[in-house]
Design a protein around this ligand. Structure first.
Ligand SMILES: [Zn+2]
Length: 103
């Protein structure tokens, strides 16, 4: 049973990129897919439209109102921003530790 579950999970991941959500330095929501970041461009009651944070890049992502991936549109005109994201995550962890490790 456990083995079958693992295979199923990796098949799903191969078909669609894993997406996650972070907040920008300005507190705006950002979507992360395959190390690319997207900002919220427009939201309707059923669909959220995300556009790449890189200016003039044509890549877009549509999610439903529960933040489930619906569609990814277009291709990126640049490389992923993995290093930038790692730096941001580390900074958040440091802030967290400072805030809660005081006696
Ligand atoms: Zn892009």
């Amino acid at each position: 049973m456990a083995e079958a579950f693992v295979i199923l999970t990796s098949e799903i991941q191969a078909k669609s990129p894993a997406i996650s959500f972070i907040n920008s330095n300005k507190g705006k929501p950002l979507l992360v897919a395959d190390n690319y970041t997207f900002k919220l461009n427009k939201a309707t009651t059923t669909t959220k439209y995300w556009i790449c944070t890189i200016k003039d890049c044509a890549a877009k992502v549509h999610t439903d109102s529960n933040n489930g991936l619906m569609k990814s549109v277009g291709n990126h005109s640049h490389l992923p921003e993995k290093e930038k994201l790692v730096v941001r995550e580390v900074r958040e962890k440091i802030t967290f530790l400072k805030k809660f490790s005081r006696p």
